[in-house]
Design a protein around this ligand. Structure first.
Ligand code: AR6
Length: 175
């Protein structure tokens, strides 16, 4: 499994696909969603309108337009309430469904932001464990081995990523 963590702005990455922590309207917002729409240009919003929204845990793919990335995979993460409203399962589905689309579109490199851990308040360590577990399980079960970058925007997220990577016995090669 080829997974690394990296601190920086996901919109700068020249990968096959970047994942967007969207909301169910798919019509843009703040945080990483806002940054992706700004960098991609207005054509991204036009492409997103055609989906008429997307359920939490599902995913949709568009071109990257003005981004260096070829595709954007949009997935609305769960809003954290108390952990008793299927939040963990829904977050895992975000990673699974994003990987499924990436595989269908032949992506060899995919970058994920820390889905749901910003304004949706999903606990960061638990979210990171779910991300790594789900990626590991998906790649094993589907014979898919792309390069995966978990992108931390801030230093705190990067520290938690590194701690979880150590816990999972992964190399925390930071490019
Ligand atoms: N590159 C990488 N990561 C980023 C960037 C960036 N340019 N900007 C922010 N992050 P959030 P959510 C990190 O709030 O919790 C939007 O309004 C950020 O530091 O963007 O899933 C949507 O429209 C945090 O670690 O997403 C939804 O309404 C992570 O991305 C809602 O927010 C996720 O934070 C989704 O909330």
């Amino acid at each position: 499994m080829d997974v690394i963590c990296w601190q920086g702005d996901i919109t700068t990455l020249k990968v096959d696909a970047i994942v967007n922590a969207a909301n169910t309207s798919l019509l843009g917002g703040g945080g990483v969603d806002g940054a992706i729409h700004r960098a991609a240009g207005g054509a991204l919003l036009e492409a997103c309108k055609k989906f008429n929204g997307c359920a939490t845990g599902e995913a949709r793919i568009t071109p990257g337009f003005n981004l260096p990335a070829r595709y954007v995979i949009h997935t609305p993460g769960p809003i954290w309430k108390d952990g008793k409203h299927h939040e963990q399962e829904l977050l895992s589905q975000c990673y699974q469904n994003s990987l499924k689309l990436a595989q269908e579109y032949g992506c060899e490199s995919i970058a994920f932001p820390a889905i749901s851990t910003g304004v949706y308040h999903f606990p960061l360590k638990l979210a990171t464990e779910i991300a790594v577990n789900t990626i590991q399980d998906y790649c094993l079960a589907s014979d898919y081995d792309p390069q995966i970058i978990l992108v931390a925007f801030d230093a705190n997220t990067q520290q938690v990523y590194q701690a979880v990577f150590n816990q999972f016995g992964l190399d925390d090669k930071n490019k």
